[in-house]
Design a binder for this molecule. Structure first.
Ligand code: ADP
Ligand code: MG
Length: 327
């Protein structure tokens, strides 16, 4: 991108007032200068969204801005970290002022909502691509790690499962039986709400968590592999929204089991905690208005099994969820 345009874009759309004391120098110099708080560890994550790959080409700019931050905020939540700083690498096809205005407004709103400061980035020309890097703070040793599950621990999930996957399917359905259902599910797909606040408090009771971006089975699988454990999931305990359940009665053709167990993009947290912390974890969730459900238990089997209400093994269509302990 020609120099003058690049600098005017940065100045006009990406230079915001510095509100955080820990930002010594923000956008505008060769580097940002930051003063991390003593005693904290930094949690750092980066995600790229490519137009036409990670979001449909004509997605409104505000939604692209929101989602680019939400997916990384969900990673901070999965560690229990407090959001602090953001960098933005933006590749633009051309300088479309209308698009930039909307993107910048949406981006700033979400930054403010989570106490984040934009401290730098890069602006280049090419196919529309948005890369957001976030840094958060967590007390040393308190982050919820994937390798911290132990046999006997309990497995929980926040919110409900499968809504975003259902939303994606419903985008392609023309005559919907009930528009309220598709609205709720498509909203979950486009506007996932990362569990940032709950996660920061949950670190007191929970050593291990992951955010569900690829589906419950796959993401819990990452925990089991990193922790060299196995687990049982209780299918009837998996939480589904009213909209999801209603849709299942209207539209029989979808594979709802697959959506609940393997649907991506919900950005809920799958958390593992020891049984002795269960009461405290549930009271915390209740006090914060977060739905939290016990969905399974960690064991030493080295595989992930899904059981029905009689404790019988459910045969799954999808495979590849076995042998976590010995890979
Ligand atoms: P350099 O050539 O030294 O890397 P740049 O010209 O890429 O500097 O950027 C100039 C300043 O603007 C830097 O402080 C950089 O962090 C910031 N910046 C560039 N693009 C963005 C953006 N999209 N959002 C926020 N800050 C940006
Ligand atoms: Mg640069």
């Amino acid at each position: 991108m020609p120099g003058t345009t690049e600098f005017s874009v940065i100045e006009k759309y990406f230079t915001y007032d510095v509100a955080r004391d820990d930002v010594v120098l923000g956008v505008g110099d060769d580097c940002a200068l930051l003063s991390p708080p003593p005693g904290k560890q930094l949690a750092v994550t980066v995600d790229t969204l490519v137009s036409g790959v990670h979001f449909p080409v004509n997605t409104p700019a505000e939604e692209v801005a929101y989602k680019s931050l939400a997916v990384s905020l969900s990673d901070l939540a999965a560690m229990g970290a407090e959001p602090a700083w953001a960098t933005l690498a933006l590749t633009l096809q051309d300088v479309n002022e209308q698009w930039l205005e909307k993107f910048s407004t949406g981006f700033k709103e979400t930054l403010n909502a989570y106490g984040l400061q934009l401290i730098g980035g890069d602006t280049t020309q090419g196919p529309l691509t948005v890369t957001v890097q976030l840094t958060g703070f967590v007390d040393a040793g308190k982050a919820m790690r994937r390798d911290a599950a132990k046999p006997g621990d309990r497995i929980y999930v926040t919110g409900t499962l499968g809504d975003a996957a259902l939303g994606l399917k419903l985008l392609a359905v023309d005559d919907l039986p009930d528009p309220a259902i598709s609205k709720a599910c498509i909203n979950k797909l486009n506007h996932p709400v990362p569990r940032v606040e709950f996660a920061q408090k949950a670190v007191e009771y929970c050593a291990c968590a992951i955010d569900i971006s690829d589906g419950l089975m796959a993401d819990l699988g990452h925990i089991l592999k990193a922790s060299a454990c196995g687990a049982r999931l209780y299918y009837d305990q998996l939480p589904a929204s009213t909209e999801f359940r209603n849709c299942a009665t209207y539209l029989k053709s979808f594979d709802y089991q697959q959506m609940i167990l393997a649907g991506g993009d919900d950005y809920e947290l799958c958390m593992v905690a020891s049984f002795e912390n269960e009461k405290a974890l549930f009271s915390l969730a209740e006090s914060m208005g977060v739905l939290l459900t016990h969905i399974g238990d960690v064991d030493a089997s080295g595989k992930l099994s899904v059981l029905d209400s009689h404790g019988e093994l459910i045969e799954l269509k999808q495979s590849g969820y076995e042998h976590f302990a010995h890979e």
